[in-house]
Design a protein around this ligand. Structure first.
Ligand SMILES: Nc1ncnc2c1ncn2[C@@H]1O[C@H](COP(=O)(O)OP(=O)(O)OP(=O)(O)O)[C@@H](O)[C@H]1O
Length: 265
C-alpha cells in the first residue's frame, strides 16, 4: 500500500508551561543522507512519551538528538527548545545541558566500580564531596529507581555482579542522582527478561512524579502500558503524535492504524 507521508497528525498543546522540551522543524542528516525529517513535537512535563515505529524509522536518531548525543556523527538542524533556550545552538555547553537532560541507554552500562561509586562518581565530578550528602543521594536515587532493597547490603560490591535488570535500574539511579529534569530512555528494556521489564516499567511509572520521560520502545504493549503520549515514526517522519489511548484505539492516520494492527513493520 502506498502511503502519503505528508499526511500527519501532530498534537499541539495550549499551555506552554506544561512543555518540558520541544523541537521545531528538526532535521537530522548522517553525511548527505537525511535520516529524520522536520520534527516539531512538544513533550509534556511529568509524563511518559513513547516513541514507536519499525526498525530504522528514526526513533533513536531523534531521541539522541534531544541532548546532542548525535553531535559527533550527525548534523542536526532546527530548534530544540528547553526552558526558553534553543539548546541546539553551537554555543551551548552540552555537558551542563546533559545534567538537565539525562540519558539511559539500551544496554545497561554500569561503570566497573562499586554500586555506590556508580552513583557518586558523577556527583563528585560536580563538586559534591560531603560524605553524608553523597550517602543521602545514593540512598534516595537507589530508592527512586526501585533497587535499594536489593542492593542496600552490598553497596560496596561491584556493580558488574548485578543482574541485567538490576544493572539497568542502577543506571537509572545513576542518571537521576544528577537530578535531571528530562530523562531520555533508548529501549531501556530491550536486554531484559519479562519480569525485569515489568519491574523497570513500574520504576518508570513511579518516576513520573519527579521527571519527564521520553522512551524509545519496540514493544507496543509497553508503550500502551506506561506512556501518556505516543509518537509513531515511519521512514524518518513522525506520522502521528497524540495521547497514547487515542493512538492505540482510534488513530487518525491510516498508516498508524496499519502499524498498530500489525499490517506491516
Ligand atoms: N551513526 C549512523 N550513521 C549513519 N547512519 C545511521 C547512523 N545511525 C543511524 N543511521 C541510519 O538512520 C536511520 C534511522 O536509524 P535509527 O537508529 O534512528 O532508527 P530506529 O527507529 O531507532 O531503529 P531501531 O528501532 O532499529 O533502533 C537508519 O537508516 C539507520 O541506518
Amino acid at each position: 500500500m502506498q502511503y502519503n507521508l505528508e499526511e500527519k497528525y501532530i498534537k499541539k498543546f495550549d499551555n506552554p508551561d506544561t512543555t518540558a522540551i520541544s523541537t521545531e522543524h528538526l532535521d537530522v542528516f548522517y553525511g548527505s543522507k537525511q535520516a529524520f525529517f522536520d520534527g516539531s513535537l512538544e513533550f509534556q512535563k511529568n509524563k511518559i512519551t513513547a516513541l514507536i515505529g519499525a526498525s530504522g524509522s528514526g526513533k533513536s536518531t531523534y531521541l539522541r538528538s534531544l541532548n546532542r548525543m548525535n553531535d559527533s556523527v550527525a548534523t542536526v538542524k532546527g530548534k530544540i527548545m528547553y526552558r526558553g533556550i534553543d539548546i541546539n545552538r553551537p554555543d551551548i555547553n552540552v555537558y551542563e545541558m546533559r545534567k538537565q537532560i539525562g540519558m539511559v541507554f539500551q544496554r545497561p552500562n554500569p561503570f566497573s566500580k562499586s554500586i555506590r561509586e556508580n552513583i557518586t562518581f558523577g556527583l563528585k565530578e560536580n563538586g559534591i564531596k560531603d560524605k553524608s550528602k553523597l550517602d543521602e543521594i545514593v540512598e534516595t536515587s537507589l530508592k527512586q529507581a526501585a533497587i535499594w532493597d536489593e542492593v542496600k547490603d552490598r553497596l560496596d560490591s561491584s556493580a558488574l555482579a548485578l543482574s541485567g535488570g538490576q544493572q539497568q535500574r542502577l543506571c537509572i539511579a545513576r542518571a537521576i542522582a544528577m537530578k535531571p529534569d528530562v530523562l531520555l530512555l533508548d529501549e531501556p528494556a530491550s536486554a531484559l527478561d519479562p519480569i525485569s521489564t515489568l519491574k523497570l516499567e513500574e520504576t518508570l511509572l513511579d518516576l513520573k512524579k519527579d521527571f519527564s520521560m521520553i522512551i524509545v520502545t519496540h514493544n507496543m504493549q509497553q508503550a500502551s502500558r506506561i506512556s501518556d503520549y505516543t509518537g509513531f515514526f515511519h521512514m524518518g517522519n513522525v506520522i502521528e503524535y497524540d495521547a497514547t489511548k487515542d493512538i492505540f484505539t482510534r488513530p487518525k492516520i491510516q498508516l498508524t492504524e496499519d502499524y498498530i494492527s500489525g499490517n506491516f513493520g
